[in-house]
Design a protein around this ligand. Sequence first.
Ligand code: RIB
Ligand code: CA
Length: 311
Amino acid sequence: MRKIIIDTDPGQDDALAMLLAFGFPKELEVLGVTCVAGNVPLALTTRNALVICELAGRTDVPIFAGADRPLERDLVTAEEVHGKTGLDGPDWDEPTMALQPDHAVDWLVETLMAADDGEITLCPVGPLTNIAMALLREPGIAAKIAEIVLMGGGYFAGGNITPAAEFNSYVDPHAADIVYRSGIPLVAMPLDVTHEALMPKAWISSIGELGTEIGTKTEAMLSFYERFDVERYGDEGGPLHDPAVVAYLLKPELYSGKNVYVEIETSSELTMGATVVDWWGATRKEPNCTWMTKVDADGFFGLIYEALAVQ
Ligand code: RIB
Ligand code: CA
């Protein structure tokens, strides 16, 4: 059983990351969900996290509101991808589950400092603002973190919000820079690997055919969410970014990559937020990240289906 904290900006793909984790309660203990501004403003990312926990019947999972803007830059959101609510697709009732009163960063620091060394895995799937703020507040949390498995960045696949940068690292490049310099074991699920698993339409339909509320709402979320990528990339399906983090924790054998040195661009406006990957060791700097580039797409989608079918 691995203890994890999901840091998120829901977002339909973030929702699937949460539902995937909830589908394997024997393997993953979700200690809490910390929300950050990203795909949509914080008020909506927190509301969406509550909605997803209620959908999964996991009102036992504490949810916290965190940073409402990046460390230094103005917030950039992605309603064009996720819709104005951030969770467009299904009709949602307003959540009855309440947010926890503590700020997410306070709870992260308190929870990590009370843990044993290497006890908790962090799973950020949005801008890294909360994680960076916790590290700035209490550097001692680093020893408590087994590893950070994050969705973000892009190198061979380029960027999706600018030609050079992926959304999560673009929105808060200064936070990403802090995390990549932290010395904490990092596993990155960048666009390089998430674009290797495009959602088959038949797979989305099979989820709807589960005939459950989770199945019906997930099909509606994914059908809405994939339209942006299909129109943009012209592919037969869209990438499902954030569940890659949880799938790796459940079945690491689905993924392969390389230990590399990665640095974040925080100066140039042209390449702001770019994850500069030293793939061939040109800098001779010690690797700080396992950068994933390959995935067993069938295994990935099969794992998500399995998680949804048991809830
Ligand atoms: O670039 C994809 C990432 O940005 C995903 O985490 C998606 O949810 C958005 O936050
Ligand atoms: Ca996200």
